[in-house]
Design a protein around this ligand. Structure first.
Ligand SMILES: C[S@@+](CC[C@H](N)C(=O)[O-])C[C@H]1O[C@@H](n2cnc3c(N)ncnc32)[C@H](O)[C@@H]1O
Length: 376
């Protein structure tokens, strides 16, 4: 199985380099050359253009042997910053499918150090790396909530006068009316008349119990999928498909919902980008029933992971399983550059794919390694 994947990678690299004109050498020649070229292991992608110019026609063969070595780093989870690890560990055109869910910039522990510009740079840089690491015809599939939600001190204060939330049902209008009808009454008199405390009169008249009003920064919300599409387009990829993951309504954690007319958070986007090249269409990846139940359907009903003892934002195995079975070949290489606790790698292994994952959090990496290796 592993050999087949190496050969696929080598063939594709060679095809893309010389337009399909040349033939591959025998595997014996590969192996001898591979041993001799161990010392080229330090070649990073930075040097590839120079290698191409310097070696001319033999460059595709040399580089494919180098990649054959590099790809032995498959079936591993790497700990470190995503950009460094992508550069160091993932060879050119080594990946059939990259499926990931980035930090959503909603205040999770692992994203607190970032500001909005930093978040945009991170996601754009990760996407840019994909035009190098994806095989021609391969896919980058991004699961994103499409809505950012973060405190923004620059935003005008949104003021919601939450009538139901007031323990005392005396409104500002009632007090103003009572004051108009009884101009001689002070706050104490108004309080006695309306059956509330003097503080309630004061708070209502000064508007100082308004939600989100004075001290807190406003909660900014912003769609993101257009940004992801833009960055993918800039990197030379094309939007191929788009699905909705309809999960269960998150009543407890929808920050933009409470005390407002906004909907709760209950769906996310699955954006599928295609890296130009030949994509094999293989109907046998799913059964007829699976094609009609979800393979050809735009909305996927999958409950979210409720108890997140392992991770704050794990996506369901069913979601990863569907994406992997639909958008990658058997024995293909599946990457998750934000692997968390290894849902993607676990499902890749379970479905007969090679797997690679990256995460900066050592505890998640430990869990992901154990979980993936135990997957059957
Ligand atoms: C939304 S979670 C992914 C959860 C994963 N899909 C799962 O099911 O467990 C995003 C992950 O990105 C990781 N992360 C955030 N910034 C990173 C960076 N700069 N480099 C590598 N990993 C990063 C976080 O540690 C977190 O585990």
């Amino acid at each position: 199985m592993r050999g087949a994947a190496y050969d696929t990678a080598a063939v594709q690299l060679q095809l893309s380099d010389d337009g399909g004109a040349s033939q591959l050498s025998t595997s014996a020649a590969y192996d001898t050359a591979a041993v001799q070229l161990q010392r080229f292991k330090h070649l990073t992608t930075v040097f590839r253009p120079f290698v191409r110019i310097f070696l001319g026609k033999t460059a595709p063969l040399i580089l494919s042997i180098y990649d054959k070595q590099a790809i032995t780093d498959m079936d591993e989870i790497y700990e470190g910053d995503v950009i460094c690890m992508l550069r160091e560990k993932i060879p050119d055109q080594g990946v059939d499918l990259s499926f990931w869910s980035p930090p959503y910039f909603v205040g999770k522990t692992y994203e607190r150090h970032m500001d909005f510009d930093g978040w945009k740079r991170l996601i754009a840089d990760v996407i840019r790396q994909h035009s190098r690491i994806l095989k021609p015809g391969g896919f980058m599939v991004v699961n994103i909530g499409d809505i950012l939600c973060f405190p923004d001190p620059q935003m005008p204060r949104f003021q919601a006068d939450n009538i139901e939330g007031k323990r005392v049902a005396v409104t500002r209008d009632m007090i103003l009316e009572a004051r108009r009808a009884n101009p001689g009454l002070d706050r104490n008199g108004l309080a006695r008349m309306l059956g509330c405390s003097e503080q309630t009169i004061q708070r209502r008249l000064e508007n100082n119990n308004i939600r989100g009003g004075r001290s807190q920064a406003g909660t900014r919300i912003m769609p993101t999928s257009h940004m992801v599409c833009q960055w993918a387009g800039d990197a030379g990829m094309y939007l191929y498909d788009k699905r909705i993951w309809h999960k269960d309504p998150a009543w407890m954690s929808s920050k933009w919902h409470s005390g407002s007319y906004r909907a709760v958070d209950e769906y996310e986007h699955i954006l599928v980008f295609w890296n130009p090249g030949i994509t094999v269409y293989d109907r046998s990846r799913l059964t007829d029933r699976e094609w009609s139940e979800w393979g050809s359907r735009g909305v996927w009903e999958i409950p979210s992971v409720r108890r997140n003892r392992r991770h704050e934002a794990e996506f369901p195995e069913e979601l990863a399983g569907r994406v992997i079975r639909l958008f990658s070949p058997k024995n293909g290489v599946v990457l998750d550059p934000f692997v968390g606790t290894g849902t993607t790698t676990c499902m890749a292994r379970r479905n007969g794919r090679h797997w690679m994952g990256i995460d900066s959090n050592s505890e998640y990496v430990r869990i992901a390694r154990g979980r993936t290796r135990a997957a059957r």
